[in-house]
Design a protein around this ligand. Structure first.
Ligand code: 13P
Ligand code: SF4
Length: 481
């Protein structure tokens, strides 16, 4: 990922807190990782003696954002932290400067990189030298040499802030642990009081996986919902999963902590377009991935999950044409496994689509002893170089049973936690940190506890659609292990 260095400065009030808030906000930007944070340096305000001292630090972030996108974000962060004016030496809350970007020169009216004033500022060069000693602040000018030219400027390490970032993170984590354990306790208490079972998909946040009664893949959770005797099913996943539970268990109340948690792939096919395609292929059987709406399932002959897709297709009469919706990658993989041609819908999972062949090859080079295990929602060129292509629970089984000690995992990031919990003796690497399903992360302990407390939002399926979808879903649940 491209590397950025940013200088953070503040000279007002709770300066250290503002620097921490700015660093925290940068670490939360999309497709961005905070990789290094310098000590805090104290410097007298240049030019204006009456100004309070400045605190300065430099951070490194690795980010897929363009420098312009990052600039927009930094301006919003500054504004959010109360910065009103952009006077150079006037009182300010926090100042975030983009100082260096992947060794590239940019010279535009809105943005110049490397930052043109960086060379003359010891309060930027000192922290930069600490976290990136070999860096060239402009081509041919290493940071140490630039520093020797400004040694006369007064700058010192702010000793009161020693280890500032680590200790702030630790106290934040400690607070979160306390909050989380109270919420988990409350959730378990409510589940018992209300006779509820908590089901969580393998991609859910760690604290949701920890509190759930059952954690699994789509097939395992559908079966668990059908078999459960609980009055309430609290489904921590995305909408199609909760709908499938409602189709299979109409006498139970199905709740979702976050009703907005949808699956973009499921939205790529609608019943109207599917009916039109069926009309063009009158004899065809329709197999739909479980990642579809109840209305699409109602238009389908059979459903499958990634765990039993091959067996589902193999169970069909060989003389019938097959339409497969909506995942073209899973569909293509089934065709390779079964040798059966199918008409593929052009849907895909945006999260798995982010996993590139290059990521897989780089990870294999970096971990030569590890086996690559990927989800069939990955692009075909990624599945082609994998040692195994498995559903999320299939991954657990494979990694447990295989003799290898180390694995590269090509699926949504939550799976790494699941694998580490279930197989603590082995090592797992994510093929990329980019594969995060934002919808899967919408469910939090707070929302789960609120949903159980208020018994809403309830997920239900109109009875005519439910009955039409039931046959396809029941056949799915009956096939495979
Ligand atoms: P699994 O059925 O393998 O858990 O996958 C569900 C899903 O949404 C994958 O993106
Ligand atoms: Fe849908 Fe992909 Fe998220 Fe799974 S990971 S829920 S397929 S968007």
């Amino acid at each position: 990922m491209p590397v950025f260095y940013l200088s953070l400065g503040s000279n007002q009030g709770e300066s250290l807190g503002l620097l921490a808030a700015a660093a925290e906000a940068l670490s939360q930007l999309p497709c961005t990782r905070l990789c290094a944070v310098s000590s805090v340096y104290l410097t007298a305000a240049q030019d204006l003696e009456s100004q309070p001292d400045f605190l300065n630090a430099v951070v490194r972030i690795d980010s897929e954002l363009s420098p312009f996108e990052l600039l927009e974000h930094t301006q919003l962060i500054e504004k959010g932290l109360g910065r009103l004016r952009s006077t150079r030496f006037g009182p300010r809350t926090v100042d975030i400067d983009l100082v260096w970007y992947d060794g590239l020169d940019i010279s535009l009216p809105s943005l110049t990189l490397p930052h043109p004033r960086m060379q003359g500022r010891r309060f930027v060069l000192e922290p930069l030298a600490e976290i990136a000693p070999g860096l060239e602040v402009v081509p041919g000018l290493p940071v140490e040499r630039a520093l020797s030219l400004v040694e006369h400027q007064r700058v010192s390490v702010y000793t009161r802030a020693k280890g500032w970032w680590t200790s702030m993170q630790q106290s934040k984590e400690a607070r979160q642990v306390v909050d989380r354990s109270a919420l988990s306790g409350e959730l378990r208490r409510l589940a018992q009081e209300k006779n509820a079972v908590i089901l969580a998909h393998n991609y859910q946040r760690p604290e949701i996986q920890d509190v759930a009664d059952i954690v699994g893949d789509s097939l395992g959770l559908a079966r668990a919902a059908a078999a459960s005797k609980a009055r309430i099913i609290l489904f921590c996943g995305v909408d199609f999963m909760a709908e499938t539970a409602a189709i299979l268990a109409p006498d139970r109340k199905v709740l979702m902590p976050e009703a907005k948690a949808c699956c973009p792939m499921a939205e790529m096919v609608d019943p109207h377009d599917l009916r039109a395609l069926k009309a063009e292929h009158p004899g065809a059987l329709v197999v739909s991935y479980v990642n579809t709406s109840a209305a699409v399932k109602a238009e389908s002959d059979l459903c499958c999950t990634s765990a039993n897709a091959v067996q589902v297709v193999q169970s069909l009469p060989t003389d019938r044409e097959i339409i497969f919706t909506p995942d073209r990658n899973l569909g293509g993989w089934i065709i390779k496994q079964t040798g059966r041609p199918m008409l593929l819908w052009e849907g895909f999972c945006p999260t798995h689509e982010l996993i590139e062949l290059e990521d897989a090859l780089t990870a294999k080079r970096e971990h030569p002893g590890a086996k690559l295990v990927v989800h069939p929602e990955c692009r075909s060129e990624v599945s082609d170089v994998a040692d195994a292509v498995e559903s999320t629970s299939g991954m657990l089984r494979f990694c447990k049973e295989d003799e290898a000690e180390e694995f590269i995992i090509g699926t949504e990031s939550g799976m790494i936690y699941r694998l580490q919990q279930d197989i603590p003796g082995k090592t797992f690497h994510a093929v990329t940190d980019m594969a995060v399903c934002p919808n899967m992360k919408l469910t939090t302990l707070e929302k789960a506890a609120r949903a159980l407390e208020q018994e809403e939002p309830v997920i239900s399926v109109p009875e005519d659609i439910r009955l039409a979808a039931l046959r396809a879903v029941e056949r799915m649940v009956a096939i495979g292990r």
